[in-house]
Design a protein around this ligand. Structure first.
Ligand SMILES: C[S@@+](CC[C@H](N)C(=O)[O-])C[C@H]1O[C@@H](n2cnc3c(N)ncnc32)[C@H](O)[C@@H]1O
Length: 224
């Protein structure tokens, strides 16, 4: 099926948030990272400007900077309105209120947009849609990340998740997925089956992290 920009809601997080969501240590940050579904996060730009190595993949990277910018403008108020309506489902401590949320997200996405065309020519932003195979060699990366895509969009189903995680594990030694809740903020219904699928052959663990914005969403899934 063709990926359509007008059905996506671009929303991007910062390096500081990635560090907390995935418990990325200084040693981890010096490794070779790959982010699946990084979208308009400023993670890649901030890592790159700190001299670190990360490749970001997302189907929205097939569009131009202006097309993504327009889509962000079309959807930002809708996302903020939905968050306002569901305010009690979030932890307002690090992110203090809705204005703070808007500032942090818009700063992150503008940082991404300013970096996008350069990053595309540097092959740091690559258009790719999971669960398709990437062109990377086996174990080309140390850690593969998925922030707010796998497990969150649990409607994609178990087969999709297994195929996607298999590809992530093919290209990286280790996979980290955050959060492990679905869009309703409930522990993803696919989690047990995913853990069962990998438990025999891989090391699988749920690890508490220092990030919690959706209430109760403070664990990541690690598979190596
Ligand atoms: C909620 S955003 C999260 C963006 C970023 N990871 C962050 O946490 O700030 C989800 C992202 O998943 C991307 N996405 C949707 N379908 C995808 C697929 N099949 N494979 C990879 N990414 C996908 C979307 O384009 C979007 O950028």
């Amino acid at each position: 099926m063709t990926f359509k920009l007008n059905t996506t809601v671009p929303w991007g997080r910062t390096l500081e948030e990635y560090v907390k969501m995935f418990s990325l240590s200084d040693t981890d940050l010096d490794k070779k990272l790959i982010g699946f579904g990084d979208g308009p996060a400023s993670f890649n730009q901030e890592m790159t400007s700190n001299g670190k190595s990360v490749v970001s993949l997302d189907p929205i990277y097939q569009f131009s900077e202006n097309e993504i910018r327009e889509r962000i403008e079309e959807t930002r108020d809708i996302v903020l309105e939905q968050t306002k309506y569901n305010q009690e489902k979030f932890v307002w401590s690090t992110i203090k209120d809705l204005d703070d949320l808007e500032d942090i997200r818009m700063d992150a996405m503008n940082t991404f947009l300013e970096d996008f065309e350069e990053g595309k020519s540097d092959r740091r932003y690559i258009s790719h849609e999971l669960p398709a195979k990437t062109y990377f060699l086996d174990k080309d990366f140390d850690i593969a990340l998925s922030s707010h895509f796998l497990l969150l969009y649990s409607d994609l189903g178990l087969d999709f998740h297994i195929q996607a995680i298999n590809e992530m594990l093919r290209v990286a030694e280790e996979v980290r997925i955050f959060p492990i809740v679905n869009l309703n903020g409930e522990r993803t219904e696919l989690l047990d089956d995913i853990i069962k699928n990998y438990a025999g052959k891989n090391m699988v663990l749920l690890q508490k992290v220092e990030y919690e914005f959706q209430k109760g969403a403070n664990e990541m899934l690690v598979i190596k």
